[in-house]
Design a protein. Structure first.
Length: 410
């Protein structure tokens, strides 16, 4: 479970920006809270709103960037991909970007923090939060302090994360934390229709998740009763001559190799006419298929699901329905979903989410700096407040400041 994620000097976030998933003392919608006596209660979902270009994608993209940073221990790597400092200040252009994540791994809660530039990792630490912040290891400017893990300092290059190196040398604790971070499912909503192939590949190998997905597609009124993939014969020369490219773009080539078909439950239509290739399905159907695989994976395995641009091509009733899947008895494994979205209809604190589940990202158009804050930070917002109306009137900022030919709209 994810308890907190923060970025500093990353994209438009010059100062530290924190997404906190720990539940407040608010009592509304108790089925939106995952209860954990050992580490504290967390929210089953969080929704991030903001204007276009406000920077809200950077919060969730930061999680994916952290995963990529921890993937490789290649000592030959000369630089670090993912360094994107705040660009509107000469001072920050040379300062490290910082990612910090607090999540459960097994029964315990850990906080992992890493700071880096394009050339090297400048600082890194792992702390066991469950036991009064016991430091497992730390490094800063080449100096190490090791209290609870293996010494692999001689095998760690300036561009490699110590967590990854220690895990690769069978340090059980580091491996456990690394696995928890790597297991977070990150989905790009703008590319969700292309994710249909990845969804299918996962679902076909996980029967229980396939059952959840098909049940969801039926319940959501798509009337899809089955999915089928058919392998395509591609020229052997394509793979022999471009082996490195094929390896690097495996996901793209998997789409070329596989043709997907969906069978619809049209009862008055002959069975042989009910199967459609994915290529002629609507954007909404392709998007739903792309998202339902990760949703089913999260729910069946109790994982954290992160979706950038949630709701693209989906009806608002479907986005509400997906958020509802992570509530109460249906979410028996304690899965979480964190999204950014323009679907402002989800700002429904009467029927759908709690005040502490709604976040806003707002950009200062004088300085170019962004900040993130929660609806629960505002005084005077009650359980019966019409949040959507207040948001559109600008009470919480994080809305476009539009000027029309006839004058200012907002």
């Amino acid at each position: 479970m994810l308890y907190e994620f923060s970025v500093r000097n990353y994209g438009p976030f010059r100062d530290k920006a924190v997404l906190n998933l720990m539940s407040t003392k608010n009592t509304e919608h108790p089925d939106n809270v995952i209860r954990n006596r050992r580490n504290g209660n967390v929210l089953s979902s969080a929704l991030i709103f903001g204007a276009n270009a406000s920077g809200k994608s950077y919060i969730l993209n930061g999680i994916h960037a952290l995963q990529n940073l921890l993937k490789s221990v290649d000592v030959r790597r000369e630089g670090i991909h993912g360094y994107e400092p705040f660009r509107l200040s000469e001072e920050t252009l040379s300062m490290p970007t910082e990612f910090s994540i607090c999540l459960s791994a097994g029964e315990d809660l850990y906080r992992y923090t890493i700071s880096f530039t394009a050339e090297k990792i400048s600082a890194e630490s792992l702390v066991l939060v469950s036991r009064r912040d016991v430091e497992i290891f730390s490094r800063k400017d080449g100096e190490y302090s090791l209290s609870g893990c293996k010494d692999v300092t001689d095998k760690t290059s300036p561009t490699s994360a110590y967590l990854t190196v220690a895990a690769s040398y069978n340090d059980e604790l580091c491996y456990k934390v690394l696995s928890a971070i790597s297991d977070i499912l990150c989905v790009d909503g703008d590319e969700i229709s292309y994710s249909a192939y990845e969804s299918y590949e996962y679902l076909k190998d996980h029967g229980s998740a396939m059952d959840v997905a098909l049940d969801a597609l039926k319940t959501a009124d798509f009337h899809v009763s089955s999915l089928r993939g058919e392998e395509q014969d591609l020229p052997k020369k394509l793979f022999d001559d471009n082996s490195e490219i094929v390896s690097h773009y495996e996901a793209i080539f998997s789409r070329l190799r596989t043709k997907l078909y969906l069978t619809h439950d049209y009862r008055s239509v002959p069975e042989e006419l009910r199967e459609f290739p994915l290529s002629i399905e609507s954007n909404g159907t392709r998007s739903m298929l792309g998202i339902i695989g990760p949703v089913a994976a999260a729910l069946t395995e109790g994982k954290v699901l992160v979706i950038d641009e949630f709701g693209s091509c989906l009806h608002p009733m479907l986005t509400r329905w997906i958020v509802d899947l992570f509530k109460g008895d249906y979410n028996v494994k304690g899965a979480q979903m964190i999204v950014n979205t323009h679907d402002i209809g989800l700002m429904d604190i009467q029927n759908l989410v709690r005040r502490d589940q709604i976040y806003f990202v707002n950009k200062n158009w004088e300085t170019g700096e962004s900040e993130i804050y929660s609806l629960s930070d505002f005084k005077g917002v009650r359980k019966d407040t019409r949040v959507l109306d207040a948001y559109l009137f600008g009470r919480f900022d994080a809305v476009p400041n539009i000027i029309s030919p006839r004058g200012r709209i907002s």
